[in-house]
Ligand binder design. Structure first.
Ligand code: UDP
Length: 356
């Protein structure tokens, strides 16, 4: 089986999500191990959407992640209002044991990194017991410390020695994802995936919600109930964000047409030196050979779908800079809410686009 999913992400509230099923994500990991090219997977849930709002570094980590899976119902439920629906929820807690099972069949090695002292080793022991043929390259729970105070050299030394194919990084979000991002360009680990509290679940030091609670989308309520001291602030903030996101969705996607703010008199003196000008109509019209600085004129589009934003995001990785000109007020509102403007800045006039 090879991958069939569209590698262009759906961008929801500024976070890119790859539209994959469990099987496709697992196959992606196996293919990546076979290719040997280091890559990272982020398991993004509502908490990520909220954290990314206030953390430019995390936004960058998510833009650059090779695979971002939708670990939560809010992105899955809201996706159809913004473009193609997501195929479903792909949770880090479920994909981790599934990856271990596939790894055991394929001769792929795994390493558990993080969680409280001894928990990573216990989790790897449990996985080995379930799949005796699993190649466990190692496990280590380094002492808790902020990212910039961790002993990175020691972790890298251990990983270099163990040479795992798949690294389960469990420092909690966003630390684990920043950690993977920091090292993916220099280490030789083909797949590193941030898995939050999953090692705790596998080792049995935390109990996951019963399946019926998961099925009615209330796993978060269960976690809240089991650890209210730590999680109350997080969940209250997340619920506040969700209410604002739903409100924005109602305003932008169900409301009356908000007129675009295009200034038709703006004289497009293109091409300017070192800048490619492109008039954006829809996905199909974006040429693949743009380079340098690109100005995308949105005067003819009223709205950008999550997939179209995904295309622009991918384009922004290939060229020096993408500036969006003449965005209508709906697009502007969405971009400002999602903080997408630091990666895809908006300009109202040609002069401003050139300055950016
Ligand atoms: N953790 C860690 N180092 C830290 C902070 C947390 O190893 O500095 C571990 C913690 O023991 C737990 C995991 O990270 O096993 C996930 O933490 P949390 O429940 O906050 O993550 P979530 O799944 O909620 O993102």
């Amino acid at each position: 089986m090879s991958n069939t999913f569209n590698p262009v992400p759906l961008v929801l509230f500024g976070v890119p999500f790859h539209n994959v099923t469990f099987d496709e994500a697992i196959q992606w990991a196996v293919d990546r191990v076979r290719s040997g090219k280091p890559g990272v997977i982020a398991t993004a849930n509502l908490d990520f959407l909220v954290l990314a709002q206030n953390d430019p570094q995390l936004r960058e980590v998510l833009y650059e992640a090779d695979l971002v899976i939708a670990d939560g119902f809010p992105p899955v439920k809201l996706a159809p209002f913004y473009g193609p629906p997501l195929k479903g929820r792909v949770t880090g807690s479920d994909i981790t044991p599934m990856l271990a099972e596939r790894a055991a069949r394929e001769g792929i090695s795994v390493y558990g990194l993080g969680a409280a002292e001894g928990v990573a080793a216990k989790a790897m022991e449990v996985l080995k017991k379930r799949h005796p043929e699993l190649n466990v390259a190692g496990a280590w729970s380094p002492p808790y410390a902020p990212l910039d105070q961790m002993n990175h050299a020691e972790i890298l030394r251990r990983l270099d020695e163990a040479k795992p194919d798949i690294l389960f990084t469990a420092f909690g979000a966003p630390k684990q994802d920043k950690f993977n991002h920091l090292h993916v360009k220099t280490w030789k680990v083909p797949v590193a995936i941030g898995i939050g509290g999953t090692l705790d679940f596998i080792a049995g030091v935390q109990t996951r919600a019963p399946v019926w609670v998961q099925k009615i989308h209330c796993e978060w309520l269960w976690r809240w109930g089991t650890d209210p001291k730590r999680l109350t602030k997080r969940y209250v903030t997340n619920i506040g964000f969700l209410i604002r996101a739903v409100w924005l969705t109602l305003k932008l996607r169900l409301g009356k047409n908000i007129p675009a703010t295009v200034d038709p008199s703006a004289p497009p003196h293109w091409p300017a030196h070192g800048v490619t000008y492109h008039e954006f109509q829809d996905l199909e019209t974006v040429p693949g050979d743009l380079s340098g600085n690109v100005v995308m004129d949105l005067r003819n589009v009223e709205w950008l779908s999550s997939l179209e934003i995904g295309v622009l995001l991918e384009l922004s990785k290939r060229v020096r800079k993408v500036v969006l000109l003449h965005a209508g007020s709906k697009v502007r509102k969405l971009f400002e809410f999602s903080k997408l403007t630091d990666r895809l800045p908006l300009a109202e006039t040609c002069a401003e686009a050139l300055r950016l």
